[in-house]
Design a protein around this ligand. Structure first.
Ligand SMILES: [Zn+2]
Length: 241
């Protein structure tokens, strides 16, 4: 079998025999990929950088002994500053876990790969509030996954809502909930008009063109929304203010 060349981001690594690691990669063309990185834990291994969390590079893979293996990697980005800032590392690790939970082996993941790379870059190299970057990741992630939340109309009755009517987001239905449709039986979470506006802005123009007091980024409600849709709880203790 000829070698495979693909861009990838390291989503996770696990120890595998004495000197090796098993990598979980996100590839735009192949989705989630498991590959053994042989010898990467030996001192001075040229593959050590290729086997670290977050690394983005061009990986050359080959099939052997019933598995994919990394034969070489041209590292493009290590996002090194994430490793020196615990606060930003927490959010970067969380969005990596969301990507890992969503990516499927063999399914193309071009949009997810691009979104993850850009979000890691913002966390590593800009001073943008880390919670806002992670919340924007979740928002775009929901859009590319096909469940962009409805942020102008009540998700139950379809009525258009003015900003000052906004109080709640319906987690199960994925959108605003008006006062008439509110019921104790429906799982809804508080959402302020400013938060709804911020989400609309981020979806329309991207986070770089969107201002917001950092403490208001609706990370908690978005992580509950995304994890409910994926049916996969992901650890996020201490992440949302
Ligand atoms: Zn309604």
């Amino acid at each position: 079998m000829p070698s495979i060349v693909t861009q990838a981001i390291v989503l996770r690594h696990a120890d595998y025999r004495e000197h090796d690691r098993m990598l979980t990669l996100l590839s735009p063309s192949m989705g989630r990929v498991e590959a053994v990185c042989r010898g990467c834990k030996r001192p001075q291994s040229p593959l050590l950088a290729a086997s670290e969390w977050f690394t983005l590079g061009e990986y050359v893979l080959y099939a052997g002994r019933g598995r994919l293996n990394v034969s070489s990697c041209n590292v493009a980005e290590s996002f090194f500053p994430l490793r020196t800032d615990y606060e930003r590392l927490k959010y970067a690790t969380y969005i990596l876990s969301v990507a890992e939970a969503a990516a499927q082996p063999g399914d193309r993941a071009v949009e997810l790969f691009t979104l993850l790379a850009r979000s890691l870059s913002r966390l590593a190299y800009t001073d943008k509030d880390a919670q806002a970057v992670a919340a924007a990741f979740l928002l775009h992630f929901s859009a590319i996954s096909g469940y962009r939340p409805r942020l102008s109309h009540c998700v139950r009755c379809g009525r258009r809502m003015t900003d000052d009517e906004i109080r709640l987001m319906d987690i199960a239905e994925g959108g605003l909930l008006c006062a008439d449709c509110q019921s104790s039986l429906r799982p809804a979470r508080p959402l302020s008009p400013a938060q709804a506006r911020w989400m609309r802005d981020v979806l329309a123009r991207g986070i770089d063109k969107t201002d917001m007091p950092p403490s208001d980024a609706p990370g908690a409600v978005l992580s509950e929304y995304v994890e409910t849709r994926m049916e996969k709880p992901i650890r996020h203790e201490g992440l949302w203010r």
